[in-house]
Design a protein around this ligand. Structure first.
Ligand code: 13P
Length: 252
């Protein structure tokens, strides 16, 4: 059975002070045994402070991006080692904003996933189709390409450490959520594809999160779908009480 994981992607929000305020609210609300894995992904500049604050709490720390090289002359980039040194357990890779705004390709994302795995950082690997792709009826082709190329050369053992996040681009930040049936259809497709690329044990064990306008109001129904094992939350994770409501929905 796949583990239920609720992760909050803070994106480019919150300086250190605001980060500590948010996470102190969360620490108060999230119970000692939340019933699902809880992850927060603050911006790089807040990782260390948030990581220190969360020591002795069940909430895990994740980053939003990473470079694929060990180190070197890559101005403005952050390495896996650096993320580990501030206490990161997870790293979001291939988010649609990285793909669309910063031109990240499947090949580049594949390199990042491999690097993260080699360092024992757990990748949250994001995939998803645009509105235009959905309307052209190529959603499954797009997902298949992203999964196949993003995971090329990754062994079944390593794959067990990867979390997949299905985030339809048209549902991100738009308030327009995929219906539970629409999301479930793609999640089932992804799990089936993982079964073909790996085996049925891997397919069953992998957490496939849904992301895109997840809110307390729609979380129960989305998370109740058989192939949805968690959520990658943007806007609604920036308030402790709404993020905690989603965590409670997942724990049911
Ligand atoms: P929203 O929840 O704001 O739609 O963002 C989703 C997302 O991109 C999480 O990575």
């Amino acid at each position: 059975m796949a583990k239920m994981i609720i992760a909050g992607n803070w994106k480019m929000f919150n300086n250190i002070q605001a980060s500590i305020e948010l996470v102190s609210g969360l620490k108060r609300l999230v119970t000692a045994n939340p019933g699902c894995e809880v992850v927060v992904c603050p911006p790089f500049t807040s990782l260390e402070a948030v990581g220190n604050y969360l020591k002795d709490s069940p909430i895990k720390l994740g980053a939003q991006n990473m470079h694929f090289e060990e180190n070197g002359a890559f101005t403005g980039e952050i390495s896996a080692e650096m993320l580990l040194s501030v206490g990161c357990v997870y790293v979001i890779l291939g988010h649609s904003e990285r793909r669309a705004i910063f031109g990240e390709s499947d090949e580049l994302i594949n390199k990042k996933i491999k690097k993260a795995l080699s360092k024992n950082l757990l990748p949250i690997f994001c995939i998803g189709e645009t509105l235009q792709e959905r309307e052209s009826n190529i959603t499954f082709d797009v997902i298949k390409k992203q999964v196949t190329e993003g995971l090329a050369g990754i062994s079944a053992d390593d794959m067990l450490k990867v979390v997949v996040a299905y985030e339809p681009v048209w549902a991100i930040g738009t308030g327009k959520t995929a219906s539970p049936a629409q999301a479930q259809e793609v999640h089932a497709f992804i799990r089936n594809l993982l079964g073909q690329l790996y085996n049925s044990t891997v397919a069953a064990a992998i957490t496939i999160q849904y992301g895109g306008s997840v809110k307390p109001e729609n979380a129960v129904e989305l998370l109740g779908q058989p192939d949805i094992n968690g959520a990658l939350v943007g806007g609604a994770c920036l308030k402790a009480d709404s993020f905690n409501s989603i965590i409670e929905a997942a724990s049911k």
